[in-house]
Design a protein around this ligand. Structure first.
Ligand code: TYM
Length: 331
């Protein structure tokens, strides 16, 4: 059975981008593959969270994984920092990751632009740590959103380079995966790019947002004054609402509003109302479950412990074999 690995950074609540880009696939994949889903708390350290926030954020992602329907009996759910083997593999891979290729990564360049006063080495080697996450279980499929495609390419590069250096075929090639064939990019409510946590509170709809909050955010989403000619192409300032609808609504709902746009009869207020209703409907079961398990500390502890044990079994086997390949042998 093929092995699957994916994770989400522990930087707070999950939004619709995380759900449709990643978690929805996790839930489907757990029935068909040997799955490892983790909470990337090592990765979150690049932004220097306080110890209190750090723990709270890990818990939040764990709760939301479970609320979204990941079954800890089917998939292995774990906290990344419970596996020190990942750090060891990260060190080995760093020896063959070149400054130039790391500096050229699009996400590194974005981070440098956004936070010029915090360009730390962890940020530079972020893709190496991500490769270690994947290669530690020798996974071949990685369910992620469109923004992670380049990181997967780098993971293949680092795995292949290791194989070449040590004349082995130990690491298989991991590929980004989505059930919808194309990797998903969920737009933000500001109509300027992807939905994300760092683009401002109002740009993202969170799985835990209450219905009134969802309605308010969606009604305030960017739009324009409406089409003036039949069948005119949609500008970016409106395309994002249709793209969101494509993700959360039924195909005939999308077709209905598309038709209204094309014959210039669309009222954006109606479209936003429908969009908000559909988001509320798809998130409702998860919201309820989040409320139900958030304070069940003993259950959460049990899930994290069980997952750490299973994940460490797989990771320590890999590290043992990697140490032998490298030439670290017992006397
Ligand atoms: P993070 O926390 O930024 O994002 C987690 C997942 O959510 C997806 N995503 C989106 N998908 C579609 N549209 C969006 N607007 C959107 N926003 C976020 C991301 O593509 C990602 O799948 N580096 C990873 C975490 C990670 C990881 C790994 C993933 C660390 N190690 C190993 C896979 C394998 C990240 O940026 O997470």
């Amino acid at each position: 059975m093929e092995t699957v690995v994916s994770g989400i950074r522990s930087t707070g609540k999950l939004h619709l981008g995380n759900y449709y880009g990643a978690v929805k696939n996790f839930v489907q994949m757990q029935h068909e593959y040997n799955c490892f889903f983790f909470i990337a708390d090592y990765h979150s350290l690049t932004t220097h969270p306080t110890p209190q926030d750090q723990h709270g954020n890990v818990k939040q992602v764990l709760v939301e994984y479970l609320a979204a329907g990941i079954d800890p009996e089917k998939a292995t759910i774990y906290v990344q920092s419970d596996l020190p083997e990942i750090v060891e593999l990260y060190l080995y891979l760093n020896m063959n990751a070149y400054m130039g290729e790391l500096e050229r990564s699009a996400s590194f360049k974005d981070k440098v632009r956004a936070n010029p006063d915090n360009i730390n080495a962890g940020l530079l080697t972020y893709p190496v740590l991500m490769a270690a996450d994947i290669l530690i279980h020798r996974a071949t499929k990685v369910p992620v959103g469109k923004d992670q495609e380049q990181h997967l390419e780098m993971a293949r590069t680092f795995g292949n380079r290791f194989n070449r250096l040590y004349k082995t075929d130990y690491f298989p090639e991991p590929y980004a995966f989505s059930f919808s064939n194309q990797l998903v990019k969920v737009p933000g409510l500001d109509g300027k790019g992807k939905m994300g946590k760092s683009e401002g509170e109002a740009n993202a709809v969170y799985l835990s947002d209450e219905p009134e909050v969802i309605r308010k955010k969606v009604m305030r989403a960017v739009s324009d004054s409406g089409p003036t000619e039949e069948n005119q192409p949609k500008p970016e300032a409106i395309q994002h609402l249709f793209d969101l609808m494509k993700v959360v609504s039924a195909p005939d709902t999308l077709a209905h509003f598309d038709g209204l746009y094309n014959n210039c009869q669309i009222r954006y207020g109606d479209l936003k109302k429908q969009l908000a209703d559909d988001i509320i409907t798809v998130t409702a079961p998860m919201r309820e479950k989040i409320h139900a398990i958030s304070n069940d500390t003993s259950y959460l502890r049990q899930v994290a412990l069980h997952g750490a044990l299973k994940a460490r079994e797989s990771a320590s086997k890999t590290i043992k074999e990697v140490r032998e390949i490298i030439g670290f042998k017992e006397f």
